[in-house]
Design a protein around this ligand. Structure first.
Ligand code: 3PG
Length: 308
């Protein structure tokens, strides 16, 4: 079978080596398409692929239509908002993700941004510490578990809200579960977002929640920019000069933040939470192994779309 690794943002070379090893050992061929410039390039490369490994690359109905032989697509990562699941189902294609494989990298980036911000961007002036501060985890999945672990090392008090996770699981990780989002946002000096981007969550973080945050609060977003209501975030930051926003990927109107909120925001130039060699290896190799298992035994563990 031909496995296409199609990544606009390439995996580290060491990860590619290991992905190739898994594929070749199982008798498959690995083809690479990296840093492509147009969707057409992806369409051409996908035309004879039996399987695909992608990152945040858009796999929409046009890609599915171009990939006539495709039987499985694996998003090497957690969030699969880039996959058109209905189009996959309609064409009998199995869609999967690799949950948990890049979580630590994302959590470490979140903390990196938090320390940077607490120390005023390392400007030499008096900053603050994370010790003793409260951290609110908005959703309690794999990244939040890593966040809680790191937070305990920093001596932070951790809270979480997740209606889909048993409170005992949250408490078992040393985190205090709270009953409402309002409680989370009004309690915590740092709130870190770990929700997926879907119809329910897009634009859901806005004035209502942000205005509840305590004095000097910081919103940390390593999830997706789409979950933020950007106009409302700007409006709250205008009203409250104490609020800060740290995000793994710039908002649509980054220039406005630069103009109005100097020293109160940080944006990575490119989404890079999962951009470590370790995370690339973990997620890429997991994706390759899932594809090998699918072709060998029909294993559909980690399938995220409905069967036809
Ligand atoms: C994920 O959902 O796994 C992360 O956002 C990582 O995305 P990336 O593979 O595009 O870096």
């Amino acid at each position: 079978m031909k496995i296409l690794v199609a990544t606009d943002k390439p995996f580290a070379p060491v990860a590619i080596e290991q992905i190739r090893e898994v594929a070749v050992k199982a008798g498959h061929t690995l083809v690479l398409l990296e840093k492509y410039k147009t969707p057409q390039e992806l369409h051409v490369a996908a035309a004879d692929a039996d399987a695909m490994i992608v990152r945040s690359d858009i796999v929409d109905a046009a890609v599915i239509a171009a990939a006539q032989k495709l039987r499985i697509v694996v998003r090497a990562g957690a969030g699969y908002d880039n996959l058109d699941l209905s189009a996959c189902t309609a064409s009998n294609i199995v869609a999967m993700n690799t949950p948990g494989q890049n979580s630590n990298a994302v959590a470490e980036l979140a903390f990196g941004m938090m320390v940077w911000s607490a120390r005023g961007g390392y400007d030499g002036k008096t900053g603050s510490e994370l010790l003793g501060k409260s951290l609110g985890l908005h959703a309690f999945g794999n990244v939040s578990k890593c966040m809680a672990l790191i937070a305990s090392g920093f001596g932070m008090k951790c809270y979480a809200f997740d209606p889909f996770v048993d409170k005992k699981v949250i408490a078992g990780a040393g985190v205090t579960p709270v009953d409402t989002l309002e409680e989370l946002y009004s309690t915590c000096q740092y709130v870190s977002l770990h929700i997926p981007a879907n119809d329910k969550t897009k634009n859901s973080i806005g004035e209502k929640l942000l205005s509840l945050m305590p004095q000097g609060a910081v919103l940390v977003n390593t999830a997706r920019k789409e979950v933020i209501n950007e106009a409302e975030l700007v409006s709250v930051m205008e009203k409250r000069s104490d609020l800060k926003y740290l995000s793994d990927i710039a908002p649509d109107n980054a220039a406005l933040f630069a103009e109005r909120f100097q020293g109160r925001f940080f944006f990575t130039p490119k989404k890079m939470g999962a951009q470590t060699e370790e995370a690339n290896i973990n997620a890429g190799v997991a994706a390759a192994k899932q594809i090998v298992a699918f072709f060998a035994t029909g294993d559909e563990t980690f399938r995220v779309n409905k069967p036809k």
